[in-house]
Design a protein around this ligand. Sequence first.
Ligand code: SF4
Length: 361
Amino acid sequence: MPEKIDLLGLLPEQIAEHMKEMGAPAFRAKQIFRWIHVRRVFDFAEMTDISKQFQSELNQRFYINLPKIEQTLASCVDDTVKYLCRLSDGSAVETVRMVYHHGNTACISTQVGCKMGCKFCASAPLGFIRNLTPGEMLGQIYAADSQFPEDDRISGIVLMGIGEPLDNYDNVMQLLRLLSHKDGRGMSLRHAALSTCGLVPQIRRLAEEKFPLTLSVSLHAADDKKRSELMPVNRRYPLDELLLACGDYFRQTGRRVTFEYAVIAGENDTKKAARQLGKRLRLVFPGQRPHVNLIPVNPVDGTGFTAGSAQAFQRLLEAEGINATVRRTLGEDIKAACGQLRRDTIEKKRAVNGIESISGQ
Ligand code: SF4
């Protein structure tokens, strides 16, 4: 018996190929796609305009699984909600639903764990398990939506949860195509942001895709020595190479690139650091005012880092002609920073079971 296929991760044209093999009319593909992505029906038995016989054939060939929400943490200070989502193989990832004046945004995970090893990150010490499939990424959004009324759905996404999205390139591209497909959600990718630690070849490849999304690059330092200490990826793709790719991305797509900068006391918050950052950004974006989002680093147990003053660093950057905003830290009280809930849960399990399971099984 061949393995069942995840229907949630297929585009209508891919479903149509299966319909052809099954001897079904082509219109079924669009019909099924709409049931899933517009009407949010995930059980074939509830697809009422499909015969019982064909429902059963679909059941034999495909599956539709949403992650199970295992833990919910709702902020007391704003409307942010964080979910610990359990996937079908037992792995856990985090999803955050944030409420902005322009709509609801989901911050989703793209991998179980991460290979990139950033020193200030809660996910890094737990290592990398596997990539998420397009269906598992989309499932996080649909699972979060299932907790709210239909007219309060998520309308934007940020790929900023656990994992490096560009390290799971093909699946993330498929997710973007699924989200923006005119027969499904039809989400404008102007409401999508992809955050990367700086994988240069993939940034260049992304520019070719011509998606109107915002590229958000985690910089966190403006000199190679410090950045390599904080982010090992910098040894492979140093700052000159990374910023050149960012400049080319902007020129090719017309979409702005924003920079993320976690302010860490005594590490990257000095006047010299601001001067270096200003000089580099002015060189790559001549005549423009590049934008840097500042966020005080999230204190994660074991990293030894403490938050620097984002406001003070903002003033230093503005003196350099760089636009800087101190990012609103939504859901601070519920540990909305990437990977902290998963890490806490895994560590609690380890303490209880005395085992080294990092997929939480
Ligand atoms: S900050 Fe992002 S890229 Fe770096 S280790 Fe954490 S999840 Fe991976």
